[in-house]
Design a protein around this ligand. Structure first.
Ligand SMILES: [Zn+2]
Length: 616
């Protein structure tokens, strides 16, 4: 917690008396000096995760060998806000990191190989890199992760000491220790206090005294306190902040994203340390390259860091992370604007090639003011985007983006697509007056489907239905009424069969409505030549589009009667077959050839009674 531009420090909250003295000290270390930022445990975690992502294997080996010094460095800047300490703010920034790195470079006692894990300056390098990891972690966390909190209305304070709605640091620290098992830090001694103090002097920040570092060893106690709090509050945090808790590692601005950003920063620092700082590059972006689910709407709003209520817009930020910062104010010098020149970051619709108008105030360095050197740059369109459309973001292509050395950042482009309309068919089945649709459903068949449909859904009590997440294809729908509804089955286009049904093509969204109609009924009685009722006779209703399988069939009861209550309107051949007799007799002619059968018109207006007597 705690990276910010000047003037945003918050007073430390008073200590709470229930905890032991060491615990109280640690807790006060956790007290937010500024609300919106990552917690100390999270900072240590991000930095350690970044070690595996650095390019130079020698640097990776050095940092791995001094992993706890990296972690301690990543916790160091926020300790500078404690009590009467003054160095917290400055320690977050590129200006200070450059001063620290340059002092190490200038030393003559660091041995021939700075990458030697056993070299005399190895722990100092690890500490400086850890500090840099903290600043970068705050930038990506504050700008990209925490705004999810207001977007999703996820907040938890509930008596959790030091937790506020303005930030998620304490809450997510509990997830870090309680869910992800982030280990207790073993804080090594500061590598070299004199060099550290000189670095503050060189970055133009005077007045830091050695006693300000007396809290550095308490990093382990911070973990102890958080672990204690997790026992009481972790379940509550997870319940109240489910998305934040579940996506802490993988979300933009979360642990993995921060680790990539930190590793890029370290690659640049490592070059500087060895007298050959590489060209500044884009290390990671939001949206991710090729991302296809970026919202098309919600872009026009104010963009601020942190999780305070009323902020947000996490998903609609176009951000690139640089491996070295934008220009910062020289020690003691005047400030630098956060706003960047027009053309330094552009957004182009890929299909039309048209460049989008940019929101006022953008492109700019984010999340805070420009003065101390930030690594995030951001551009926002002036209006919402088109759905299902590819956009290309360009950094430094038409107008260079300059880094803190005044050198151009390597031009960088990436594309993302806004979300397309979901593949779904929805609609309403309008019931005739007084007839409910309970138990009715809608099925969707593609041409390759056999008896089983691709999709289906129960109809809601209000008559609506939705067939979501459909595979692409042409869909013929059928409304299948519940057995007791008295309604007839109906295919899309108000047709009687699948082959006649109109089809609807997905991808995209479509609406298919049905006007439910009362079913046509055919009923009758089957007797033998003496007039006695015949049971167990199979009765077939064969529609005009049936080939081998009839539309329906029924069996007569003990009194010889049958009924087809749900026939679609059509002309039917009605056939009758006795058990153990393979011959079907077609009404009413008594013929045994279907082609000779007399057709029976059936619809709501014609609901015939079809009796049949078998010849003797
Ligand atoms: Zn911080």
């Amino acid at each position: 917690m705690g990276s910010t531009h000047r003037g945003r420090r918050r007073p430390l909250r008073s200590l709470f008396g229930v905890l032991a003295v060491a615990t109280a000290i640690a807790a006060s270390l956790l007290a937010p000096v500024r609300a919106d930022a990552a917690g100390m445990t999270t900072h240590g975690w991000m930095a350690v995760e970044a070690i595996d992502e650095v390019t130079d294997p020698g640097l990776a080996a050095l940092l791995r060998a001094h992993q706890e010094q990296v972690r301690a460095g990543a916790m160091f800047p926020d300790l500078g806000y404690f009590g009467s300490n003054t160095y917290g703010e400055e320690a977050h920034w590129q200006r200070f990191v450059d001063a620290y790195v340059d002092l190490i470079t200038d030393r003559t006692d660091c041995g021939p190989d700075l990458a030697d894990p056993n070299g005399p300056c190895a722990d100092m390098i690890a500490h400086a890199f850890g500090i840099a990891g903290h600043g970068m972690g705050d930038e990506v966390w504050d700008w990209l992760f925490e705004p999810n909190s207001p977007d999703r209305d996820e907040y938890y304070t509930n008596g959790l000491p030091t937790a506020t709605e303005g930030g998620a640091e304490t809450q997510m620290d509990l997830v870090a220790v309680g869910v992800h098992g982030v280990p207790r830090p073993e804080i090594p001694p500061l590598p070299d206090v004199a060099t550290l103090l000189q670095a503050f002097e060189d970055s133009g920040f005077s007045g830091v005294t050695p006693d300000q570092f007396s809290t550095v060893p308490f990093g382990g106690v911070v973990w102890d306190v958080e672990t204690q709090w997790a026992a009481e509050h972790l379940a509550g945090v997870q319940a109240a902040m489910p998305w934040m808790s579940a996506n802490l590692v993988t979300a933009p601005g979360g642990i993995d994203f921060a680790a990539t950003a930190i590793a890029g920063y370290w690659d640049s620092m490592w070059g500087r340390l060895n007298g050959n700082q590489p060209t500044t590059e884009v290390s990671i972006t939001h949206p991710a390259p090729g991302q296809e689910d970026v919202p098309a709407t919600g872009w026009v709003r104010s963009y601020q860091p942190g999780s305070a209520r009323g902020r947000g817009g996490a998903a609609t930020r176009i951000t690139a992370v640089l491996t070295y910062s934008r220009p910062y104010a020289p020690p003691g010098g005047s400030g630098v604007p956060a706003t960047m020149a027009p053309g330094t970051m552009t957004i182009t619709a890929v299909g039309s090639g048209e460049q989008l108008p940019i929101m006022s105030g953008f492109p700019r360095s984010v999340p805070y003011g420009g003065d101390a050197g930030q690594h995030l740059i951001d551009v926002q369109p002036a209006t919402d985007l088109e759905a299902c459309t590819w956009y290309e973001v360009a950094v430094g292509v038409t107008t260079p983006v300059l880094d803190a050395r005044g050198l151009p950042v390597t031009p960088h482009t990436w594309t993302f697509r806004t979300a397309c309309a979901p593949n779904q068919i929805t609609g309403t089945v309008i019931a005739p007056d007084g007839v409910g649709l309970g138990g009715s459903f809608v099925l969707g068949y593609r041409p390759t489907d056999g008896f089983l449909p691709t999709t289906g859904a129960l109809i809601e009590p209000d008559g609506t239905y939705a067939l979501p997440d459909l595979p692409e294809g042409d869909y013929r729908l059928v409304f299948v009424p519940g057995a007791a509804s008295g309604l007839r089955m109906q295919w899309s286009g108000n047709t009687a069969s699948r082959s006649l049904a109109t089809s609807t093509t997905v991808p995209g969204e479509a609406v298919v409505d049905f006007q439910a109609e009362a079913s046509a009924v055919v009923s009758g009685k089957v007797t033998d030549s003496t007039g006695a009722p015949l049971a167990d006779v199979t009765v077939y209703a064969v529609g005009p589009y049936d080939t081998w399988v009839p539309t329906e069939w029924r069996t007569t009861g003990a009194d010889g009667t049958y009924s087809f209550p749900y026939l679609p309107a059509a002309d039917y051949a009605i056939g009758f077959r006795r058990p153990a007799d393979p011959t079907i007799h077609w009404w009413p002619s008594g013929t045994t050839r279907r082609s000779d059968a007399t057709l029976v018109p059936v619809d709501v207006a014609h609901q015939p009674n079809v009796d049949f007597t078998f010849p003797s």
